[in-house]
Each structure stands twice: as structure tokens, then as C-alpha cells.
Design a protein. Structure first.
Lengths: 271, 592
């Protein structure tokens, strides 16, 4: 009997924990509310199945536990019941998968008006690059990285000379404007992760990965690395400030371009 | 209406292969140390796996202490923390779970359950264990070399695994890990081929494939999968060794490490991830399928009822095994691979939920109208179902590509895989040990100690991993030595972390009760007799307990029925052993 009671308590306790505990996702700050909705649908479907299976089991233990003289039934198969359960499961799975794939389609389809933003990861800090007035990012290569050119931009590519370079991990973004994030690593695998944006993506050396989102509310959010990248992994932090367009423009004007960076590098005396 | 499956009592074909003479050991050394007896090898595998598992348990304590009380224990610095999580993961997945299920239970149960005298290649079987032991020793050596073991995470993703920013990356750590895995795979291949050939060729007369106990089906399918999946890990290890030692660039693109240009270029880190997970996902089922099989037999035996839907159960095992080879990239949804793959892998991954759910239904339907004896094996089986259902359902979150995006690389993932492929299979291992210990030793494990062990382990692990999902939902990343200051994590989350750590310490301590029980019962346990659970399968029908070398005395057993004739209507006993001929006219032609 203790077994039955504990199984029931386990179900009740899990449900209460889900409803009452203070630990739930942090309020969203991007357009990916569909992700949250799909997650809630999944919670409902899986929650019902969990409760049903465990309670059914508890009932079986209660009703059919051994008593002297009992004998079990002999029922090797029941094709109808098995088929019924299999099809029911298939329907439940489809109910989760279908919205998931629809949202994934949105996730991988970058809108044309999204403006590019390059995130460059290295052990253990974040840097950023924004297109200049031409709206385009110039070419870059890990092989071109030097101490004056920390992001490895191609000096012969005119499109890159006006690119804005942000070192030191504080990024600003205008609210309400879709961003196409292009991710590049110069050493190991990292992952650009802002919990409030829901979206995240690995940063792989040797290739450019991407995702997109639209910041939907102003505020200051933590950037974390979500892929183990060595002992400094937890310290690899940055900040993203989402602000109104006017404030964003003020910040943007204070940042230096690649051209300015090169010029300041050349002015320094050689030791 | 009850339809009798094809595996029920019937005729038995004549023997096709003659009984063979086994190698008989001549000294204590060849009998107990360099033994070719699968039962001794099984015990060797099991003891080695449990010993190295204890190391992993202690490592988990250390990492939990750090997570609950960051900075309080000075010796757990970032380097050590990453070494602990790496070794914990690798030991649990490969050197404990894989070795114990296939090397331990596989060796003990395959010949006995199929009515064979031994594995078909006893000598290769012996070699398999000693090579496994060598792999374990190489792994452990990592703790004693300069720089310590690797801290690359059990997934060993390059380039960080072989660079100096990771513990052991530019020292011996990563090399020993790769060597150890390579040696393990060589040893496993010898054992694995043995299990497959024994199942296909070594069965007793009358033991058709569709009369095999589900335990054997689970171990057999898992072994076939392992033989197909481990080569991917093998080549990945060799390629990474080349990258690290010979300067090749399989996985190494152009890299600037700490301001310095490295001499690599053109390689692909994602290639490693594909190879790793092509092994890594089947690996989940290499651990899960033996557990599925064993738990089916535990439930059937202790509920005194045939397993419900045997044929469907067999097909589910085979279909899960096959599907598991085309779902690997669900570990890589946010890896930067072509996002179009997401559609395919999310679909295959969620399809696998259907045969898996069928298995769960059939377990609970076996309980329905059963005669449930709440023995320790049954309790562990019930606990397995709860844990597995919980962990399996959270897999539907992570498998559904878009839901995975916010959750991947958070503690939600850690909680999920511990539930589904950590705790759940281990609960089955415990249930199986309580079930088969009487056959191995001739004595019963102590019931009172067993109950203490069971309740703390079952409820404790649930208390560890159920709340952990919510920390992940909150956004708490995994593999963080310390969380530091974050805006989105409330201070109360740290209280939960302390609670989880306390539970982890308690659950770990409860395993001491189990170990004590194993030793104490060996000498003081109640005498078990040959068939204490009144079970139908062949291993309980041996002439001696523990079974002698060669298992069956003079004559091999002959099998007349499937493994699940419990509570057959009209039968006096509530079980009919597989060796019992059907009452009626079939006996004569069988003997002929």
C-alpha cells in the first residue's frame, strides 16, 4: 500500500512543483513567443501522459497486488488495444511536431529586411561588428588576425573599411528591428546565448553560422557562452542593451570603424 | 479473445550442431582469473564496471558540492571541475553502463537463457574482458599524469579538446582518453561478435528467435547496434589523435589561439560532432535496450503474468534500434549545421517516441490483471517505469527542434539525460542484480537492506533530477563551474541547487548500503535454491546453483515453449518452465 500511496504522492508533488515553484523561464524579449507557446503545448501533452501512466500503474498495484489465492489473467496479446494505443500516441506526437516544424520554418527563414550583425567569439570574450553606412559587412578571415586587426578583416575589401568594430563585450541593438546574427569563432566552439531572446546558436571556427530575431523590449541582458569552450567558459560574458532607435544612434556614433582602428594602430610608436 | 502467439508450446527440431567439448581449466588461475567461462567473465566485467562506477559517483559528489557551494572547497577549481564532469560522464556512459549491460549481463545471461554451454568463442571472450580492464586502467591513469585527465566534456568536441585552454588538452589527458576509448572499442568488438554469434548459432533445440526472453532480445539488438556505432567513435578518436600528434587537420580549421596563429587549416569541427553523435545517439539505446529487455522479464516474472504483446515488444526493440541510427543530429540542432536538417531529424526523433511508448504501455498492461508480488526486482521495475516515462517525455521537448533551441545546453538537458539514460537504466541494473544474484551466488540479497536502498535511490534521484529541469527552463547553462552574477537567475535558484546537492550526497551514501548487502549476503544471505522466483526461463532450470562450468550437466536443455507461460489457465502451478514438454502427444517426436 505504501507503494501505491508514494506513486500517487509523486504525481501530485510533481504537479504542485510545476504550478507553485518560482522557477520558470525569464520573461521573453524577442519575437520568439511561438517557441514559448510550443513549449507550453508540449508541457500539457506530456504532463497528461505522465499523470495517466503513473496513476494507472498505481491503480494496478493497488488492485492486483498479490493476495493468497490470486491468479493472474493469461492474455498474450490484444491487437486492437495495441493498435489503438499506437495510433493515439502517433496523434499526440504529431500534435507536438507539426507546430514545432512550422515555427522552425520561421526560425530558419531570415527576413530580407534584417540587418546583419557579426558576433566574433574567442577564448573567452565576445566582440561584434556592425555594417557601416554601406549596410554591408566586409570579408574577414581568421588568417588575417593580427594585434591591430583583432577580428581579421580584409584590408583590401572596401566594404569592410567602414564596418563598426565593438570590442569588450557590450553590444547595443535598436528595439523592434530584426537582426540577422552571423557568428564566427577564431579558436574553439562557443555558443551565443541570451536567455531572454530564447534563440541561441553555436559559433564554429572555420565557418559562419547564423540565426535571426527581433528584440521586442528595451533593457539590458546577459550574453552567455552555452558551449563548453575551456576553463574560462563561465566567465565568457557580454551584455546586450536593447534601446530606442535614437539612443542606439548616439551609441553607434561613438564606436570606431575599422578604418579608424587601423589608423590608431599605425600612429602608435613601435617599441 | 486470446490469440496464442507463434512462440507457444509446440514441436522441437532435431539438433543441427553437435554438443561441443569445452576447454576445462586446469588450475586456479585459469578457473577464476584467466577464465574462459562466460559466467566468471560476467562477474569480472561487473565488478570492474561497478568499481570504476564508484569513482564516477565520487566525482559527481565533488561537482555537486562545487555547484551548491561555489568557492567553498578550494581544491575544486575550474580545471578540476571540468575534469570531474568529463570523467564522470565518460565513465558512466561507456565504462559502467555499456560494459555492465553487455559485458556483465550479456555474458551471464545469453548462454544461460539460450541453453548454451558457453559463448561460442570463449577465448576471445576472455580477451575481451582483459582488454576492457586495460582500457579502464588507461582511463584511470589520466588522474596521475601531469596536467591530469582531460576536461573537454564527455563529448570531447574539438578544437577545444586538443588546445591548451582545456585541462589536459595540450598534455597527456586527452591522449589517454582517446587511447582508452580505442582500446575499449577493440575489446568490445571481441565480446560483441561473440554475443551476436552465440545468439544466432548457439541456441538450444527449440529455442526459436521468437521464444527468446526479451532480455536476450534487448542485449542482442544493443550489441548489433554497438558493433555498427562504435566504429564511428573509433575513427573519430584516431582522427583526433592524428590532429593532436601528427599535425593533421581533420577537425581543425584555421585557429588563432591566445593571439597566436596555429599551423592547422581547412578541417571541420562539425565533422567530429557528426561522427561522435552517429555513435552517441545509438549509444543511448545501447544502454536502454538491454534495460528494456531486462525490465520486461522482471515485470512478467514478478507479476506472474506473460509479458503483454510479446511480438510487438520484439518489433519495438528492433525498430527503435534501427531508427536510432537516423536521429543523431538532434544533438546538433544549434550546432550550426544546415538548419534544413532540423526538419528531418525532428521528425525521425519524434517518430521513435511511438515504438518507445508502445513498450511503456505493454509494461503497464502486463501489470493489469496480474498477481503483483512487490519484491525488490518489481519495485525497481516500477521505479524504472516512472523515471523512464518522465525522462522519455522530456525527450519530446528536446527532440522537437524549435523547443530545443532555448533548452539546449541548459540544465534541462542534464536533467533529461540523467533521468532517461542514467537513473532509469541503473534502476534496472539494481532490479536485475536483486533478481539474478541468487543464481550467481546461490543466496538471496537481504530484503530489509534492499528496501532501504530502493526507497532512497528511487525517491532521491527523482528529487535530484525532477527540479533540475526547472533550473534549465530558467536558462541556467550546463557545464558552468560557477554561475557568477546573472540578472535572470533569482537567488532562490541557489537554494534549489543546495537541495539537489544534499539529495545527491544522500543517494550516493545509500549505495554503500547496497555494496554492504552484496558482500554480506554472499556469506550470510538466505539459501536461494535453484529457482527462488519460480521463473520460466532456462537460467533458473540449471542442474546446479550457481551453475557449473558448461551450465547444463550431461544433456543440453530442450525448449518447448516461449518464456512467458505464467498463470496458464488449467495449469496447477502459476508458471511452466520453458523446458517442460506440452502435455499431449508432442513429446515423442521431440525425443526422436
Amino acid at each position: 500500500m505504501a507503494v501505491v500511496l508514494i506513486l500517487v504522492l509523486l504525481v501530485v508533488g510533481s504537479l504542485l512543483f510545476h504550478v507553485l515553484s518560482p522557477w520558470w523561464w525569464t520573461p521573453i524579449a524577442s519575437n520568439w513567443t511561438y517557441i514559448d507557446s510550443t513549449l507550453v503545448v508540449t508541457f500539457w501533452i506530456t504532463g497528461v501522459v505522465f499523470v495517466a501512466v503513473v496513476l494507472f500503474m498505481a491503480y494496478c498495484v493497488f488492485r492486483f497486488r498479490h493476495k493468497p489465492g490470486n491468479k493472474a489473467a493469461y492474455e498474450p496479446e490484444n491487437r486492437r488495444l495495441e493498435m489503438l494505443l499506437a495510433s493515439g500516441t502517433a496523434v499526440g506526437v504529431a500534435a507536438m511536431l507539426a507546430p514545432g516544424l512550422v515555427v522552425w520554418n520561421q526560425f530558419v527563414t531570415v527576413p530580407d529586411e534584417a540587418s546583419p550583425l557579426e558576433v566574433v567569439a574567442q577564448q573567452w570574450l565576445w566582440s561584434f561588428r556592425l555594417p557601416g553606412v554601406d549596410g554591408k559587412l566586409g570579408r574577414a578571415d581568421t588568417r588575417d588576425i593580427t594585434s591591430e586587426n583583432p577580428l581579421g578583416l580584409n584590408r583590401n575589401d572596401a566594404a569592410g573599411l567602414d564596418d563598426v568594430i565593438v570590442e569588450g563585450g557590450e553590444l547595443h541593438l535598436p528595439v523592434g528591428k530584426p537582426v540577422r546574427v552571423l557568428l564566427r569563432s577564431v579558436d574553439v566552439v562557443h555558443d551565443f546565448y541570451v536567455p531572454e531572446f530564447r534563440a541561441k546558436m553555436d559559433v564554429i571556427p572555420g565557418m559562419v553560422t547564423y540565426f535571426w530575431f527581433t528584440p521586442t523590449r528595451t533593457g539590458t541582458f546577459d550574453i552567455l557562452c552555452a558551449e563548453l569552450c575551456g576553463v574560462g567558459h563561465p566567465q565568457m560574458r557580454g551584455t546586450v542593451v536593447v534601446e530606442e532607435a535614437a539612443d542606439y544612434q548616439i551609441w553607434l556614433d561613438q564606436q570606431q570603424t575599422f578604418n579608424q582602428l587601423l589608423a590608431s594602430g599605425e600612429q602608435q610608436p613601435v617599441n | 479473445m486470446v490469440e496464442i502467439p507463434s512462440g507457444s508450446a509446440g514441436a522441437v527440431p532435431a539438433a543441427e550442431v553437435e554438443d561441443v567439448e569445452l576447454y576445462h581449466p586446469k588450475s586456479w588461475w585459469t578457473k577464476y582469473v584467466f577464465s574462459q567461462d562466460a559466467k566468471i567473465i560476467a562477474v569480472q566485467y561487473s565488478l570492474t564496471a561497478i568499481s570504476i562506477g564508484l569513482v564516477a559517483l565520487v566525482l559527481s559528489w565533488l561537482m555537486r558540492l562545487q555547484l551548491a557551494f561555489p568557492g567553498y572547497f578550494a581544491f575544486i577549481d575550474a580545471n578540476h571541475y571540468y575534469q570531474f564532469i568529463t570523467m564522470h560522464g565518460m565513465i558512466m556512459v561507456i565504462y559502467l553502463l555499456t560494459a555492465l549491460f553487455l559485458g556483465g549481463f550479456g555474458n551471464y545471461l545469453i548462454p544461460l537463457m539460450l541453453g548454451a554451454r558457453d559463448m561460442v568463442f570463449p577465448y576471445a571472450n576472455m580477451l575481451s574482458y582483459w582488454i576492457y580492464l586495460l582500457a579502464v586502467l588507461i582511463l584511470v591513469a589520466g588522474f596521475f599524469v601531469p596536467g591530469g585527465p582531460t576536461g573537454a566534456g564527455w563529448t570531447l568536441y574539438p578544437p577545444q579538446a586538443v588546445l591548451s585552454g582545456t585541462p589536459g588538452g595540450s598534455d597527456w589527458g586527452i591522449l589517454l582518453m582517446l587511447f582508452s576509448l580505442i582500446v575499449f572499442i577493440i575489446g568490445f568488438t571481441m565480446g560483441g561478435l561473440n554475443y551476436v554469434v552465440t545468439v544466432l548459432q548457439g541456441r538450444a533445440r527449440g529455442m526459436t528467435l521468437m521464444r527468446m526472453p526479451l532480455t536476450v532480445w534487448g542485449i542482442f539488438t544493443a550489441t548489433v547496434m554497438a558493433l555498427l556505432a562504435f566504429p564511428a567513435l573509433f575513427v573519430a578518436c584516431v582522427m583526433m589523435l592524428f590532429d593532436r600528434l601528427l599535425g593533421t587537420s581533420f577537425f581543425m580549421p584555421a585557429i588563432v589561439e591566445m593571439g597566436e596563429q596555429l599551423q592547422h587549416g581547412g578541417g571541420s569541427p562539425i565533422l567530429f560532432q557528426h561522427l561522435f553523435w552517429f555513435f552517441g545517439h545509438p549509444e543511448v539505446y545501447i544502454v536502454a535496450l538491454p534495460a528494456f529487455g531486462i525490465v520486461s522479464d522482471l515485470i512478467s516474472t514478478h507479476a506472474r503474468k506473460n509479458i503483454f504483446g510479446y511480438r510487438m515488444m520484439v518489433w519495438a526493440i528492433v525498430v527503435i534500434g534501427a531508427l536510432s541510427f537516423i536521429v543523431w543530429a538532434h544533438h546538433m540542432y544549434v550546432s550550426g549545421m544546415n538548419p534544413a536538417f532540423g526538419f528531418f531529424f525532428a521528425t525521425t526523433t519524434l517518430i521513435i517516441a511511438v515504438p518507445t511508448a508502445i513498450k511503456v504501455y505493454n509494461w503497464v498492461l502486463t501489470l493489469w490483471r496480474g498477481d503483483i508480488h512487490l519484491t525488490l526486482p518489481m519495485l525497481f521495475a516500477l521505479a524504472f517505469i516512472v523515471t523512464f516515462v518522465n525522462g522519455g517525455l522530456t525527450g519530446l521537448f528536446l527532440g522537437n527542434v524549435v523547443v530545443d533551441v532555448p533548452l539546449s545546453d541548459t540544465l534541462f538537458v542534464v536533467a533529461h539525460f540523467h533521468m532517461v539514460m542514467g537513473v532509469a537504466p541503473i534502476l534496472v541494473i539494481f532490479g536485475a542484480i536483486y533478481h539474478w544474484y541468487p543464481k550467481v551466488t546461490g543466496r538471496m540479497l537481504d530484503d530489509f537492506l534492499g528496501h532501504i536502498h530502493f526507497w532512497i535511490t528511487f525517491l532521491g534521484t527523482y528529487a535530484i533530477f525532477f527540479p533540475m529541469h526547472y533550473l534549465g527552463l530558467l536558462g541556467m547553462p550546463r557545464r558552468y563551474h560557477e554561475l557568477g552574477d546573472t540578472v535572470f537567475v533569482p537567488p532562490s535558484a541557489n537554494t534549489l541547487n543546495v537541495f539537489i546537492t544534499v539529495m545527491a550526497l544522500v543517494v550516493g551514501a545509500a549505495q554503500i548500503v547496497f555494496l554492504f548487502n552484496l558482500v554480506w549476503s554472499l556469506f550470510k544471505g538466505r539459501q536461494a535454491g535453484g529457482n527462488p522466483w519460480r521463473a520460466t526461463t532456462l537460467e533458473w532450470q540449471t542442474p546446479q546453483t550457481p551453475p557449473a562450468h558448461g551450465n547444463w550437466g550431461r544433456d543440453l536443455p530442450v525448449v518447448y515453449r516461449w518464456a512467458y507461460d505464467y498463470s496458464v489457465p488449467g495449469s496447477a502451478e502459476d508458471f511452466i518452465p520453458q523446458t517442460q514438454p506440452p502435455s499431449g502427444g508432442l513429446t515423442r517426436e521431440v525425443v526422436a
